[in-house]
Design a protein around this ligand. Structure first.
Ligand SMILES: Cc1cc2nc3c(=O)[nH]c(=O)nc-3n(C[C@H](O)[C@H](O)[C@H](O)COP(=O)(O)OP(=O)(O)OC[C@H]3O[C@@H](n4cnc5c(N)ncnc54)[C@H](O)[C@@H]3O)c2cc1C
Length: 383
């Protein structure tokens, strides 16, 4: 594992250069074409970005959480679509295997996910099971050496590109809650697995979500994650704890980019004979954004360190996701305000970020669900 700063620092410096020289100049193109150019995807593969958190023995870079969030701070400095492309392989699309997979499942899939040869997707949400994910209805019925999957998954990130899906399905129809749910590794191309048309989204153009449908999809029993039934929901929640911290770190990165752009614009743009940055009402917006981004950065680093020390960070991860995703929404709103009319015009790119960051308050648990997790944990600790 990379532990020393003298190993992480060159990685961060290289990423900062890549973001500045390759990703930021392509932001408009990705938004206009709703696709990440293939040459950039290949460069991202070459840099090892698909395997940041995958253990070294399975072909990844093996970052711990403290290191991963620092990488996310850097990747957050550009359009979230770039981060989203590698996000599932580093997070929800691989962590289930890393945390709970059998040795055979790890060696079969992790090297291919880490190299970016295949894209991973995580299929939990359904048309009637969003925040209440444990009420999911997709079924997996055992039939000899296979499980037969039936159901529909909704809004699945990277589904159109994915080569492997971690799918949560109910193996025990008598158990209506979380205990009846198991996780399966389903390869793209398995007969009975269909991908719907890509959803038309508010933002984050260049990254795609779609429905994933299972119609008598026969999956070998060896694809049951960890080889144990009834553990799928627990696995999903562990994966999301980690994912929430990563998302919070991305929010910090985006807010820092927006603050930099806002400051630069405020110091250049003149009204009433002086730069608008001289006006205290503009200064208040800049200062509030800086303060909030700094608070979020500290929270994320603290929670990541606690996780690396082996602590249960369910509460802290939700605190980080809740605060950072709401914070970046306020920062993006102030950025539009500081840019004035230009903030509303596509050429300046600020309105694009304003739309892009809205998603952070919704997926991997809405803000309301983070509040519920925090409060429930507080009550559990108190009793
Ligand atoms: C672009 C995008 C990508 C996504 N990627 C994935 C993915 O890769 N994999 C995946 O499985 N899912 C994915 N999702 C789904 C996402 O996680 C869900 O949309 C999210 O969890 C909310 O579920 P829902 O949309 O059904 O909203 P609902 O659960 O219907 O919630 C609607 C509103 O009610 C509130 N609410 C619900 N329950 C409560 C409660 N108990 N108390 C108070 N308020 C409540 C919510 O906070 C929200 O404001 C993605 C979604 C989007 C939009």
């Amino acid at each position: 594992m990379i532990r020393e700063d003298d190993t992480l620092d060159p990685l961060l410096a290289m990423l900062e250069r890549f973001v500045k020289e390759r990703l930021i100049p392509n932001e408009h193109r990705v938004a206009d074409e709703d696709a990440i150019p293939p040459d950039i995807i290949m460069e991202m593969r070459g840099l090892g970005l698909f395997g940041l958190s995958t253990p070294v023995e399975y072909g990844g870079i093996g970052l711990n959480m403290s290191q991963e969030v620092q990488v996310a701070f850097v990747l957050g400095q550009t359009s979230p679509a770039f981060r989203s492309l590698i996000g599932t392989n580093n997070g929800i699309g691989s962590q289930g295997i890393i945390l709970d997979g059998t040795e055979e499942q790890k060696s079969k899939y992790l090297p291919r996910l880490a190299s970016g040869e295949i894209v991973g997707a995580f299929a939990l949400t359904e048309p009637n099971a969003g925040s209440d994910a444990s009420s999911l209805r997709t079924t997996a019925r055992r039939d000899g050496d296979v499980y037969v999957l039936n159901g529909t998954k909704r809004f699945i990130t990277n589904a159109p590109e994915a080569g492997l899906f971690t799918v949560m399905a109910r193996t025990n129809p008598d158990e209506k809650g979380a205990g009846g749910i198991s996780a399966f590794l389903v390869e793209a191309g398995t007969p009975g697995l269909h991908i719907g048309p890509a959803d038309r989204k508010m933002g984050q153009k260049g990254t795609h979500t779609a429905d994933v449908l299972f119609e008598d999809c026969r999956v070998p029993a060896t694809q049951l994650l960890g080889g144990v039934e009834g553990q799928g929901f627990k696995t999903a929640m562990k994966v999301l704890d980690r994912g929430r911290l990563h998302i919070a770190a991305v929010c910090v990165g985006v807010s820092e980019r927006l603050i930099r752009e806002s400051l630069r614009y405020a110091m250049e743009r003149e009204q009433f004979g002086k730069p608008i940055a001289e006006f205290q009402l503009i200064q208040a917006m800049l200062a509030d954004s800086r303060m909030e981004a700094y608070a979020a950065r500290c929270m994320v680093l603290d929670a990541a360190l606690r996780r690396d020390q082996g602590q249960n960070i369910s509460t802290e991860a939700s605190c980080c996701k809740l605060f950072a995703s709401e914070m970046v929404g306020r920062v993006a709103d102030r950025a539009v305000q500081i840019f004035g009319g230009a903030g509303y015009i596509a050429d300046y790119g600020i309105e694009r970020f304003y739309r892009d960051v809205r998603l952070f308050r919704l997926y991997e648990g809405t803000s309301q669900i983070q509040q519920l997790v925090i409060a429930r944990n507080m009550m559990r600790e108190a009793s």
